[in-house]
Design a protein around this ligand. Sequence first.
Ligand SMILES: *Cc1c(COP(=O)(O)O)cnc(C)c1O
Length: 368
Amino acid sequence: MSRPTTVHIRLDAFRHNYRMAKQQLAGKALAVIKANAYGHGAVHCAKALKNEADGFAVATLEEALQLREAGIADPILLLEGFFAAAELSVIVQHDLCLVVHAPWQVDILLAAKLARAVPVWLKMDSGMHRLGLSPHAYIKAYQQLKGHHNVASIVPMTHLANADNLSSGHTMQQLAVFQTTLADLPTAHTSSVANSAAILAWPQLNQVINTKQHWSRPGIMLYGAHPIMQPVQPDLLEPVMHFSSRIIALRQLEKGDAIGYGSLFTADKAMRIGVVACGYADGYPRSAQTGTPIAVDGTMTRLLGCVSMDMLYVDLSDIPTAGLNSQVELWGKQVPANWVAQSAGTIAYELFCNVKRAHFDYFDPANI
Ligand SMILES: *Cc1c(COP(=O)(O)O)cnc(C)c1O
């Protein structure tokens, strides 16, 4: 039998979560499937939304081309635009949409010789200070690009830095900067603002933007992880990734016995533990602490000691029926990825992106 470390991907849950995103905020939604769909498999995820997604968003040209090669014909937005002028002809050839976020990109786009005009998503830095043109530079760039023969259309966009923090005033400040700047421009606008946290937690968005003409950009929520740790509607989303393995060895510890590298965990009583075939080389975080939730044969228990490259330890003291070959859920339905992330000092985004080496299997009831 091969190593039992498995990533089971529920594409029906992915579809469900996309529908929830559209239900929460009217308008259109680009499914964000950058970084191989947050580790879930971009082509599988895109195909699961065939004839349903309004479009997709990725970070790199390579990610976009992978989707085109797989036959995905929907709109695809490059979230960082182009990195070098030479990419523009490929972008036109494959009918991709482009974020323009910096003056140097505006200059290159205006000067380029293109076979066709490209749809542009012009990004404003409304206060996150990562990508985007400052409000002042934005107006100038908008006027230069509007009607230019290389530009098919312009969707104003911005990105929120603190939408996952319900008590932060920054979100409304950013929205105000965005709206005030756009008000100085001549035409009525579509726009694109909301990430998952904004979709799920900021109904005030409806008062600020015209949601009917809005393109939201859900990412993490599509994978079933809530961007807010104590969500108002915890059951709205369904987990997509089910990361599991099995117990491959058992140990009986006496009081005072320590386990694993660094002897990080010492038994304070006689206890039974299991060794699980999953480690940090599979993407389970090495920073996860003793006590991190983990499920064995459907019963919640805890991680013990130091995670190794290929293995980790679970407490079986209260699960006498568990033994060799018992099923272990690292995260999924019973153990939300957010719980593991919290215990490891990170976020579910990073856990998902890091999963590797394990065997991936895909389930879509619509295709069986
Ligand atoms: C990654 C990304 C998103 C998606 O964010 P989530 O928090 O995963 O919903 C949206 N917009 C931009 C610009 C991004 O880079």
